[in-house]
Design a protein around this ligand. Structure first.
Ligand SMILES: [Fe+2]
Length: 195
């Protein structure tokens, strides 16, 4: 789900400037990528205010995923600073259901978040791909998210593999987060994920 202009580009820029300084955790695989520590609710008043703004969109996305209006909590949020030449390797997010990226600076077209369908499974695979089919976010093997503006938000199911190819442009700063619903209920057998 893409949501344009959740923050104004000025607000996104101010947040990027403030938070980039605390992105001192080195990435395991790319020297040109660093992160802040993982923050939770109550750790940073500015981020709590951003989470408030994300809330209604997360709620709507959760309704698409689970067919019900559930209470969602953003349990983890962190900042990524991707320098020129840096990349984020293919990964997904564990122990959560919805994840998102809020873009704080302009991105170079070389460094758009790219989603990849899991290779998974040990059985025959079927595809419908020929000159008459149209490729979109729901049927693509690999989908490159459109170039975002500062303040734009993207939400995706946490299991979906994604990466950022080598950034050939300027420093790119994003806010990433993981969220869980208050509970899931399968015909009375319910699991609760919140305190
Ligand atoms: Fe990610």
């Amino acid at each position: 789900m893409r949501v344009p202009a959740v923050l104004t580009s000025e607000a996104a820029g101010a947040l990027a400037q403030r938070l980039a300084q605390s992105a001192r955790v080195a990435n395991d695989r790319s020297e040109q990528l660093s992160h802040t520590r993982i923050l939770g609710p109550g750790d940073d008043a500015g981020l709590d205010a951003v989470v408030e703004k994300i809330g209604p969109h997360l709620q709507a996305f959760g309704q698409l995923l689970f067919g019900e209006s559930l209470r969602w909590i953003v349990k983890e949020i962190w900042v990524n600073v991707l320098q020129n030449g840096g990349r984020q390797s293919l990964h997904n997010h564990a122990n959560c259901f919805a994840s998102g990226v809020l873009y704080l600076t302009p991105s170079d077209s070389s460094a758009c978040t790219t989603f990849t369908r899991s290779m998974g499974g040990g059985e025959f695979a079927f595809r419908n791909t020929h000159a008459g089919t149209t490729t979109g976010p729901f049927n693509a093997e690999k989908w490159v998210a459109p170039l975002p503006e500062p303040g734009d938000l993207i939400l995706f199911p946490s299991h979906l593999l994604h990466e950022v190819p080598v950034n050939q442009g300027q420093e790119r700063i994003t806010l990433a987060f993981n969220a869980v619903p208050h509970r899931l209920d399968a015909w009375g057998y319910a699991l609760s994920f919140q305190p």
